[in-house]
Design a protein around this ligand. Structure first.
Ligand SMILES: [Zn+2]
Length: 452
């Protein structure tokens, strides 16, 4: 629209005016209508709304906000209406979700109020907090895209920075953590993940109740302190027998001593169950150790390297083997190898989980352990010792009817997938935010409009 570039009356230098008055009035009305449609700030109204064709960024929309007449400012701490103390000198710019990818900013001059409780304090505004230059809507907008794209991609797509995306997601996650309810949790799952190469672990705690499964906590490390930190937060504002950890009925965990100790201390009314997924993990490790020893022995004896490329055959469940792997496995069975013996024992152990009664499962377990000890395969003997030590906890599995067996494993897979997708996350904080956003089922602030 060429005619829209006219000289502004009173403009002396040769520069073009931004828009003609008529165009500006229509644009303003249109933009104001849209803004009123997507927001509901009761005590505030939109003033001038301009479409700017220069400045920073070079194209953007600025909407000036004014307090409504006769409306009282509220304290940003307690939300109570208070008398105005003064008005800041400069208007503050708040970023709002873009319109047709044109950045939108609010311009508002913050007031300070005198609160009987909080003294002279900046007022509270419904679109943000005084410290941040992003509106809550903009944070939610970026955070929701961050569920589907990496943080770098979100920054690229919406003309913003990685740092702003990070802060947006963090704010939304923190809001969710503050507003979530921790009451009524009856089943917990504890798991560990390796977060970086070397001995860098994180302890993850899940709620595993029927109909409500979510990530409840992430703590750095896998020591007693790690899990203790979680339970102290979990029990916050509850005391004595009313402590949330005392109302937990089932805790599903690995045989890791640090965890067992803390669970025993905090969840005094719970049945501690060794998770099938973790037991299987230890058994698979034992088979893998046996394979390694066999490979070394074959090499030492100068024999044919028949175990070459066999690692995953022994790690996978038989039903997941490819045709080639299945053929190779049946060939290997013909050789008298320790790994084959260990592998068959591992498959045999699966029967343990199918028992209905703890008594018969216990009988099976004891027989299986005797057979495994007789095999004289060191890694298997080590596994047996671990089982014998935790016999009671293992049999608790049969008393925990209804606790989903695949839940911890399912979460473990999702966590791996999420952290892989969120490559480039260097800090533990970032990892925590990403995982909580993906698996925490956190509540979100409510808006009049969905911007994403
Ligand atoms: Zn106050």
């Amino acid at each position: 629209m060429e005619t829209s570039y006219q000289r502004h009356p009173g403009q002396k230098d040769g520069k073009m005016a931004v828009v003609t008055p008529l165009f500006s009035v229509l644009t303003e009305m249109l933009l104001k209508t849209i803004l009123n449609f997507v927001t509901n700030y009761k005590s505030f109204r939109f003033g001038r709304v301009s479409f700017m064709k220069k400045g920073k960024p070079d194209q953007h929309i600025v909407a000036v906000i004014h307090p409504r007449k006769n409306s009282k400012a509220v304290c940003s701490e307690c939300g109570k209406p208070c008398p105005t103390y003064d008005t800041t000198r400069e208007a503050r710019r708040f970023e709002f979700p873009p319109l047709w990818n044109i950045p939108v900013f609010f311009l508002y001059t913050m007031r300070r109020v005198t609160c009987p409780e909080h003294n002279v304090i900046v007022e509270g505004v419904p679109w943000g907090d005084g410290k941040c230059t992003q509106t809550i809507e903009h944070r939610q907008f970026l955070a929701n895209w961050a569920k589907r794209l990496s943080w770098t991609e979100v920054a690229e797509c919406f003309n913003t920075t990685y740092g702003k995306v990070f802060r947006a997601v963090k704010w939304i996650v923190d809001w969710g953590l503050e507003h979530r309810s921790l009451d009524g949790v009856e089943s917990l799952g504890v798991d560990e993940i390796q977060i970086r190469k070397g001995h860098h672990y994180a302890t993850l705690i899940y709620q595993l109740d029927k109909g409500f499964k979510r990530l409840l906590g992430i703590e750095e490390g896998r020591k007693e302190e790690s899990l203790k930190r979680f339970f102290d937060k979990f029990n916050k504002e509850t005391k004595g027998e009313d402590q949330r950890s005392k109302k937990v009925k089932f805790v599903c965990s690995d045989m890791w001593k640090a965890y067992l100790n803390v669970i025993g201390k905090y969840c005094t009314n719970a049945l501690n169950i060794l998770d099938r997924f973790h037991v299987k993990g230890h058994l698979t490790d034992a088979v893998n150790e046996t394979r390694k020893a066999d490979v070394a022995k074959l090499k030492k004896d100068g024999r044919e390297p028949i175990l070459k490329k066999s690692k995953y055959i022994f790690l996978k469940n038989p039903e997941n083997l490819t045709d080639d792997q299945a053929t190779k496995l049946s060939e290997l069975v013909g050789y008298n190898l320790r790994v084959i013996q260990a592998y068959l024992m591992k498959e045999d152990f699966e029967r343990f989980w199918e028992y209905k009664s703890a008594y018969w499962a216990g009988r099976f377990l004891d027989d299986w352990c005797v057979r495994a000890m007789r095999s004289k395969i060191e890694p298997m003997k080590k596994f047996v010792k671990m089982l014998r030590k935790h016999r009671e906890l293992l049999l608790n599995w049969f008393k925990s009817k209804g606790l989903s067996s695949g839940a911890v494993e399912g979460f473990n897979n999702k966590v791996k997938l999420t952290t892989r997708k969120a490559y480039g996350l260097r800090t533990f904080d970032a990892l925590k935010i990403v995982l909580f956003q993906a698996l925490g089922k956190l509540p979100e602030p409510k808006f009049t409009h969905r911007f994403w």
